[in-house]
Design a protein around this ligand. Sequence first.
Ligand code: SF4
Length: 366
Amino acid sequence: MFPENSDSGANVLGKSAEELRAWLESLGEPGYRGAQLYHALYAERRFDFAAMTNLPTALRERLAREAAIVLPKVVRRYESSDGAVRYVLELEGARAGAKPANIETVFMPEENRQTVCISTQAGCAVDCRFCLTATLGLVRNLTVGEIVAQVLVALEDHRASLKPQTNIVLMGQGEPLLNYDAVMSALRILLDPNAIAVSPKHATLSTSGIVPGIERLAQEKVRPKLAISLNASSDEQRDRIMPINRKYPLEKLLGACRKYPLRPWEWLTFEYVLLGGFNDSPDDARRVVKLLANLRAKVNLIPWNPGELPYEKPDAARIEEFRKIVTDKGMMAFVRYSRGQDVMAACGQLALLESAAAQPVLAPPS
Ligand code: SF4
């Protein structure tokens, strides 16, 4: 049987190669079958034991009787005019006692690659004031299988048109570093060349700034790139839109970033959602440059997406002025326009609009 804190019974999705080996041995099967099952599941994306032709027929039949591959159900699929697809996925109560929940995943095709944006929690407790997901509160943490399955579902849905490179971004619902163990176990499968084989250079974990999580991530052998959701140029301003800043203020957060062991090819990314009239002034830009001095960092400026929350879309000239002030000081800065805005798949817009819980309840920052 699988360890107690993993998915219920014999759902094999989310299991590591080592867990599958140990489980098959406990059933009296040869351990090496675990590696074959692992490959069929994640590298070949076979979601039916009968289709796992690298396993003997008798084992396939046994697995069909004694195990399951539990994928979330696609309850809605919204296709944007820019090609992005937003999936609303219904999670089963895959763990004993787990609450049923819906989450969202976004697939974004590009010329030579695809990017899958995945959720790590259903809802979120961090309560960023510009984020629709925050209005849901935290429903529950996702399991390893539920995190991995989002990538598998999105890739499988586009099997015929996949490009050679897949990027993954942990920027959907939830704060990844508050579901640390499941997120890291999922990443070990996603980044494993024998499984889903995403390059660590093409995987990005975005955090609101959970300092102990950043310090833990720094110790990991296999890890994605790190992005910090900054969104403000001072503690006073950040406190107003990201209450987590009171717990981990900028000095602590940027201190952890300065100690973070970057690989030779790696840069930290600071995301900065430009909220028109709130954090998009030239003075804000100058303060951001000062804050990030001496960090190997780039800044992604994300103009606010008009959604249900009470902020303005920033002015195009102001966006450009902000970008120029940052780049003139020698720091890389890019303006990122979110994909899939017409299906509410953009940053800060993942909140199950069909859910009654997603009614906007927040006041604008004063
Ligand atoms: S921006 Fe991220 S961390 Fe903040 S509330 Fe939304 S999902 Fe949570």
